[in-house]
Design a protein around this ligand. Sequence first.
Ligand SMILES: *Cc1c(COP(=O)(O)O)cnc(C)c1O
Length: 403
Amino acid sequence: MSWTPTREDFDLYMVPNYSPQRVIPVRGEGSRLWDQEGHEYIDFAGGIAVNGLGHAHPALLAALKAQADKVWHLSNVYTNEPALKLARMLVENTFAEKVFFCSSGGEANEAALKMVRRYAFEKFGEHKNKIISFRQSFHGRTLFTVSVGGQPKYSEGFGPIPGGIHHATFNDLDSVDALIGDDTCAVIVEPVQGEGGVMPANQAFLEGLRERCDRHDALLVFDEVQSGMGRSGSLYAYMDYGVTPDVLTSAKALGGGFPIGAVLTTNDIAAVFQPGTHGSTYGGNPLACAVALAAVETISSPEVLEGVASRHALFRQRLEELSEKHGGLFSEVRGMGLLIGAELSEDFRDRGRDILAASIKEGLMLLVAGPNVLRFAPSLIISEEEVNEGMARLDRALATLKA
Ligand SMILES: *Cc1c(COP(=O)(O)O)cnc(C)c1O
């Protein structure tokens, strides 16, 4: 018998660790989605920076369908062609010489953190185990990654948490100097803090981290789970800064909606992971890698990357117009490429979730990053018409909030 689930079923059957909106989208195409009743939405959220090429992109669909007819899963007892092709693609287009695959961003960071600890252990000894990360940072939900992350609410109540982790202040090199030393094994940073409010790193900050890591034989890890895969206008944001990390983690848009994560690093560092040291059942899964290969090929094309800057400019212009029209709504519009944050001004404090709910009623999907920042992470190939239509809907949503 056919049965159509509703939002009430979420409360009946699912662990209540999310609080989803009422509408249930059932179909997507490009930057539009449709719900169970056939209502249409413009997608400015992109599945939280995952649907980098929108929904049902033809290249990704073709790759998924072709691989589905061949082989879905093998385990790492065998290697497979899609994983090898994707690894080569990433090596040829980045600083990396070696790639490790897994299934999510948190898992990629978990692997990266274990890798830097192990590297320091083998090269320098057990005393070199200190990890420096930043307040407001987000690195995933495993116990290690919530502990390294800079938002205490995510590790609260899960103790005892792993030790040797210290938090400095983002964009503040003095706070790093107060912590870093020869016992530091790594510094981990998001080039653009995503969950923490869409906060780009300063040029001098990332350059300063590189210099300090070199001075103390510490490894520099860039968490590009959100900032990577074209969102900055380059394949990875480190390229825009011209600061090269030792280890880089990637996920979210890497699979364009299919779960996959990756750790990119050098030959020297990769060598600490020998057979048995670390692993992942689904890591390098052929289905995931086939889709990700299509995603990386498409995103790294000049047409896609070069289109990010003009879309950024359009978003910024429209947001500034809306801010002016609605009584100074935003105190700042910031971000890189198509990872944009609009900070609500004093008069609109803590209204982020209200704006999100009002927008859905007008047919627009938005994100927040904390209570006071509207976050935009749309498809990298969203059309000008869709941006304008989405902004018109946001305008209407803001008007209903004021009424
Ligand atoms: C989303 C995110 C993660 C976690 O990724 P998951 O796939 O949810 O495990 C880690 N780091 C950053 C910067 C992220 O934005």
